[in-house]
Design a protein around this ligand. Sequence first.
Ligand SMILES: [Zn+2]
Length: 248
Amino acid sequence: MKVAKELLEELVTANRILAREDIVDSFGHVSIRHPGIPDHYLMSRARAPECIDVDDLMEFTRDGAAVDAAGRKAYAERFIHGAVYEMRPDVLAVVHHHSHGVIPFGVTGMALRPLIPLAAAIGADVPTWDSRTSFGDTSLLVTNMAMARDLAATLGTRTVALMRGHGCVVAGGSLREVVLNSVYLNLNADLQMQAHALGEVTFLSQGEIRAVLETRGAFTYERAWERWCRRAGRPYDVRPMEGPLADV
Ligand SMILES: [Zn+2]
């Protein structure tokens, strides 16, 4: 099934933004659920996100098989995306990244919690998945569906799960939402480290988290996305509030 060019361009833009904002480097990836085949997803071939173009985008089945590889090599950790889409019908976009800010929290058991409103969506109980618990000594890479489903179970209904010694997975209801939450997850982690060095940290309360998320609308995502498009050298396409592209 053919996918709208605008949607593919949006996915390219998401890759470039995540690279420009230092959320991904040579590694890490972002995907969207296929708009016409809900148990398929779209993501790039194995390539640094900063370098990705439309021709790099591939379609995968839920289990991570390429529909038409055409000689292109897939990301080894693509299974993460399929497992999240399988477990979470509400999720339309997924980011897996290894941003430096989150790593210390995954290896120490120190709880990562939102302390600024723009990070509210990470929630008050960010879990950490440890590959060693169920799979013993591995490379830590999620290279099959069994590991990916175990990770997705740890994520549960949340927005974020950390991965011990590795990175995290971020799930969202749209591409713009998942990118915003990835950027502010990393910023919150950096700020929490700095604040912790000064003293006891006051986090957002559950009520404050709820209040922020109740008032968050398209305006927040659009304002951030426009600026990030500018910084990444990509055209900004105002997202319609309704219609087939609205939730992507
Ligand atoms: Zn990884």
